[in-house]
Structure formats: structure tokens, C-alpha cells
Design a protein around this ligand. Structure first.
Ligand SMILES: Cc1ncc(COP(=O)(O)OP(=O)(O)O)c(N)n1
Ligand code: TZP
Ligand code: MG
Length: 210
């Protein structure tokens, strides 16, 4: 069941880890109990070409070792080439129904949503789960939409109680109790984990919310 895998959904690329080695950060996060990983290598200084593909493959191998799903952000061709466990797309990344046809039925498809209308459309298009957010302001995405707050999470839980949903955007152990209580299956996090001074404690605190 996909919902069980979404609890602690860590997202990372080289831009998110400061001076640390991203593969070391990922392995520590896996050891500490993240339940899902999204490879999100984007931004001005992002890896390109062979270095990009090699980094993706290394992340995938680590995830495989820990039996944690490996989801690719944005890049349909990479997801297909690596036979990733899943692909995550946003509202500006193409038509979800068309992308679903391209990746087939076995690959997990996640779609970002910022409104109930977008959530309905994503479900009809064949999404396996939706990301809802940003819930709070975020430093990790320059072109993020305005924060939606937890109101939309409550509306989504009322409209689609059984459909897998993850909250994203500005989430920390301190502000996520209300988010989980609003009825999401998981919390998707970049900086609270990637820039944590004590990753084990941070991930344990997130785990305690479920
Ligand atoms: C789980 C999850 N939810 C939302 C997003 C954001 O996707 P998108 O709006 O396409 O933005 P980018 O991440 O591509 O910059 C996500 N990546 N993961
Ligand atoms: C990719 C993305 N989509 C909406 S907010 C966001 C960034 C989340 O990062 P952080 O957990 O550091 O706020
Ligand atoms: Mg995207």
C-alpha cells in the first residue's frame, strides 16, 4: 500500500545539502528511517549529463539497499531509463494523463496540487498520490506557489479521505503535528532533514508523529 511508504518522504538534490556529500546525507537519512526518497536535482548549479545520471543511479542503489522507494522528480525519461519506483510531476511539468500513459501502470505517479480542483484532476488522470502545498513558506523552492496552509489539507481529507496525500513546504517536527492531524499519509521534507544538525533526532521526531 503506497500510503504506508509516504510517511517520511525525503526530497534532496545537491543544492540542498550545503557542504555535505549528498550521498552521505541520503544514506544517513535512510539509516534513520525515511520511508520514501525523491531525487530532485535542479537549479542553476545542478549536475548535468553523465554526472547527473551517475548521481541518480547512486541514489537509486542506496534506496534499493534500504528497501525505500526511489522517486524521480520532473524527469520522465530518467525515471523510465532507471526503471525508478516512481515519478513526481507538478502542474507545469506536462499533462498527467499523457505522462501516465508513457510510464505505464506499474510506476508510482505523484502529482503536485495547490487546490481541490487540481487534486480532483490529478486523481482522474491516474495519480497514485498527490503532494499538497506549500503548506508553509519554503526556502527550498524559489518559484513556489503561495502557502496554502492546513485548510486545504482538511478540505482534501474531507473530499478524498482514502486517497494518498502528502503535505509539503516548510515542514519541521515542530509544526507538523497539525499537518498530520489534518489527515495526510505523509510529510515531504527537504531542508528540515537535509540541513539538520542532528538528522537522527529530526527523523525520529517526524516518525513519532505517525
Ligand atoms: C511530494 C512533492 N510534492 C510537491 C512537489 C513539487 O513539485 P513541483 O511543483 O513540480 O516543483 P518542483 O519540485 O519540480 O520544483 C514535489 N517535488 N514533491
Ligand atoms: C519542492 C517543493 N514544492 C513545494 S514546497 C517545496 C520545497 C519543500 O522544501 P522544504 O521542506 O525545505 O520547505
Ligand atoms: Mg516539478
Amino acid at each position: 500500500m503506497i500510503s504506508d511508504k509516504l510517511n517520511i518522504y525525503f526530497i534532496m538534490g545537491t543544492a540542498d545539502v550545503g557542504d555535505e556529500d549528498p550521498l552521505v546525507v541520503l544514506e544517513e537519512a535512510l539509516r534513520c528511517g525515511i520511508t520514501c526518497f525523491q531525487f530532485r536535482e535542479k537549479g542553476k548549479k545542478s549536475l548535468q549529463g553523465k554526472a547527473y545520471a551517475a548521481f541518480a543511479k547512486n541514489c537509486q542503489e542506496l534506496c534499493r539497499r534500504y528497501h525505500v522507494p526511489f522517486i524521480v522528480n520532473d524527469d520522465v525519461d530518467l525515471a523510465v531509463a532507471l526503471q525508478a519506483d516512481g515519478l513526481h510531476i507538478g502542474q507545469k511539468d506536462g499533462d498527467a494523463a499523457t505522462i501516465r500513459k508513457k510510464i505505464g501502470d506499474k510506476m508510482i505517479l505523484g502529482v503536485s496540487t495547490h487546490s481541490l480542483q487540481q487534486l480532483t484532476t490529478a486523481i482522474k488522470a491516474g495519480a497514485d498520490y498527490v503532494g499538497i502545498g506549500p503548506v508553509y513558506a519554503t526556502q527550498s523552492k524559489a518559484d513556489a506557489e503561495q502557502p496554502v496552509g492546513i485548510r486545504l489539507l482538511h478540505q482534501a481529507a474531507t473530499a478524498y479521505p482514502d486517497f494518498p496525500k502528502v503535505a509539503i513546504g516548510g515542514l519541521t517536527p515542530a509544526n507538523s503535528s497539525a499537518v498530520v492531524a489534518a489527515g495526510v499519509s505523509g510529510i515531504a521534507v527537504i531542508s528540515a532533514i537535509s540541513r539538520s544538525q542532528n538528522r537522527q533526532q529530526t527523523i525520529q521526531q517526524f516518525r513519532n508523529l505517525f
